[in-house]
Design a protein around this ligand. Structure first.
Ligand code: SF4
Length: 638
């Protein structure tokens, strides 16, 4: 993938946008309003306050451009002077609105699940409440005056801001790099500061800028109604209130503050438009949480048995509301240093099994297991695996925080888990980037993910896992997003890393060729169950389960006749909760018999180092295993 470092920084885009007509207009308007706010009261303050009983309620003239008010004060000067107070109160209200919105918006990600839901529901109710009524309600509560109006307008902005931030946060919270940070034990507050806020800053600023125009109008409206600024202070809304009854006598006197409100509101809108254009109207992409965690099926044990198994899961289930089970009571183990492949069609439960291991199953999913252990640690009691688990995600771009430099992201792992100083952590990050053969690691460490190619990003993700000393590397479709040449490089790198570190590998993939190249053992999942466990050497030609055979048959080889249509598996996999009492593969199995539809076969031994869940496995006799169809009582347990 080519580098994407051409003119993509916000600073560059902002500079380019400011040079457009709309950018020039917005910048000019901002400067003018700022100058008026700063120097207006200094230059015209006396004129605006001077009472002249000889010039009461005059119309436009050379001496008084917009005429005078009931006390003979110059209206033009008062409009100019009112700019500072109007902007100051508007910005104060905006700070309250943005600050409150940010707090409420990120709160569900920081507090517990129940309180988070309560906050989200409260925000939802407030957003549904008519905005104008809510504003008047708050204005009544806080009372008449500038301070009350500032709080009323600011707080009225909190719900929509909070809703925006919640939506943005939810999309970021589902990203791979946040999930990885959670697994690494990064605290909630640190998650918000380091990962969530930087990635929602841009759309939040855009929203706040554009909302400032609405705040200005709202605040002026309160002052116009007599609920905002009180005499002797005055803002544009107050001036409009004072002059409206003379609009037919001296229209300019009433229209001038109104025009100031409208033009300044437009200015805020233009600024927001410029920022939106500079930001490419982007919101952080909702990245699909395709985390890859280890998956463990029904008693798919390491070849040497359970003793010393690095990973051990028994009766692992992932359920969703309505009783839908996506993972249906699987058991498995992975030996120290073992490379295990987990294959199956989409929806087979591979990734959810992995998510369950890392306690990352998204709400409202729930995880149950009789046993869930990693290197002797009970993951049900403490799911944090720290640097003992390295994860390689499907989409390397989504695996790295786009707002942080790559070196900083790697260094954070060492700082959090190894207690390294910033300098030590940075040095290790550079060393690890070099270890995964990223050229010029010092320079690359200072770059952000978008400046890396796709293959380099995946190497950086692997390097992140190597910041500690992982005992298990989980790679979920690590090469799917890469082209063939880079795919091979990443696979070679994984093999090298495993060889050097002695780490076990759980490779989740739909590509049997990739699994066959890297792994020693293969677990085949279907319908939330493990249906076969066999050495990778026996995958081609010796698989016993009809589904495994069908998967293998659907993979083209160099010997495949291009003129012959590739084999496909008819039908579709069952949705969670859809599988009946019998074998989940029965509706698609050409070997299915009556018993298959009534009784579900369990995973059971099928020769040395092999297990299969099938009543009528292929080549059962020749493989030396019992024909389970004729020995039901002996083989029902795994
Ligand atoms: S149990 Fe029956 S339906 Fe299921 S895979 Fe075996 S032969 Fe096919």
């Amino acid at each position: 993938m080519p580098h994407q470092d051409q003119d993509t920084s916000l600073r560059h885009r902002l500079g380019r946008t400011i040079r457009t007509p709309i950018g020039v207009t917005a910048l000019t308007a901002c400067l003018m309003v700022a100058l008026v706010a700063v120097f207006g009261p200094v230059l015209f303050g006396d004129q605006a306050a001077r009472i002249d009983t000889d010039a009461i309620n005059q119309g436009s003239s050379a001496a008084h451009l917009l005429g005078t008010d009931q006390l003979g004060r110059d209206i033009a000067a008062r409009v100019v002077v009112a700019t500072r107070l109007t902007l100051r109160l508007t910005l104060l209200a905006a700070v309250i609105g943005v600050g409150g919105g940010l707090l409420l918006g990120v709160a569900p990600a920081v507090v517990g699940r129940r309180l988070g839901r309560l906050i989200s529901a409260t925000v939802g109710v407030l957003v549904a409440f008519p905005g104008l009524l809510f504003l008047l309600f708050l204005a009544t509560i806080f009372g008449v005056g500038s301070t009350g109006a500032v709080f009323a307008v600011g707080l009225a902005m909190v719900p929509p801001m909070a809703r925006l931030v919640q939506n943005l946060t939810a999309s970021i919270a589902g990203s791979d790099y946040v999930a990885a940070a959670r697994i690494l034990g990064v605290g909630r507050f640190q998650l918000v500061v380091r990962h969530l806020l930087p990635n929602i800053a841009e759309p939040s600023v855009l929203f706040a800028t554009q909302a400032a125009g609405s705040i200005l109008v709202a605040f002026s409206g309160l002052s116009f109604l007599g609920l905002g600024v009180q005499p002797p202070e005055y803002d544009w809304g107050r001036l409009l209130n004072e002059q409206l009854n003379r609009i037919y006598v001296n229209p300019a006197a009433a229209l001038a503050p109104g025009a100031a409100v409208v033009l300044t509101g437009l200015m805020f809108g233009l600024v927001g438009e410029v920022l939106a254009q500079a930001g490419g109207r982007r919101a952080p992409q909702a990245r699909e949480a395709t985390l890859q965690q280890q998956v463990k099926p029904q008693d798919a044990t390491a070849p040497d048995g359970d003793d010393g198994a690095l990973v051990r899961a028994r009766d692992l289930r992932v359920t969703f509301p309505g009783g839908r089970q996506a993972v249906r009571g699987i058991s498995l183990s992975i030996g120290v240093g073992e490379a295990v492949g987990l294959v199956g069609e989409s929806g087979s439960g591979k990734s959810l099994t992995a998510l369950a291991l890392a306690d990352l199953v998204p709400h409202p999913g729930r995880v149950f297991a009789d046993t869930l252990r990693f290197d002797g640690q009970d993951l049900r009691a403490d799911p944090r695996l720290g640097t003992e688990l390295a994860m390689v995600f499907q989409d390397p771009m989504a695996s790295l925080n786009p707002a942080l430099r790559v070196g900083r992201q790697l260094a954070e792992v060492a700082e959090v888990h190894l207690g390294a100083t910033r300098a030590q952590a940075t040095a290790r990050a550079v060393d690890r980037l070099g270890a995964v053969r990223i050229p010029s690691p010092e320079r690359r460490a200072r770059q952000r993910p978008h400046e890396y190619s796709g293959g380099m990003r995946q190497r950086a993700v692997i390097a992140m896992g190597l910041m500690g000393e992982p005992q298990l590397i989980i790679a979920d479709e690590p090469t799917t997003a890469l082209d063939v040449a880079v795919q091979q490089q990443v696979l070679d790198l994984l093999a090298e890393v495993r060889e050097d570190s002695g780490a076990a590998l759980l490779l989740i993939s739909h590509d049997l060729a990739v699994v066959a190249q890297v792994c020693e053992r293969v677990l085949v999942m279907y319908g939330g169950l493990i249906v076969e466990d066999l050495p990778v050497a026996q995958l081609t030609g010796c698989a016993a389960h009809p589904y495994t055979r069908a998967l293998v048959g659907a993979v083209p080889t160099m010997a495949t006749d291009p003129g012959i249509e590739l084999a496909t598996i008819p039908g579709r996999p069952p949705e969670p909760g859809e599988a009946g009492a019998g074998c989940p593969f029965a509706p698609r199995c050409e070997r299915a018999r009556e018993r298959c539809h009534d009784d579900a076969p369990e995973l059971a031994g099928f020769g040395p180092g092999r297990q299969v869940a099938c009543w009528y496995p292929v080549d059962a006799v020749t493989a030396g295993a019992p024909d389970r169809a004729t020995s039901h009582g002996a083989e029902a347990t795994s």
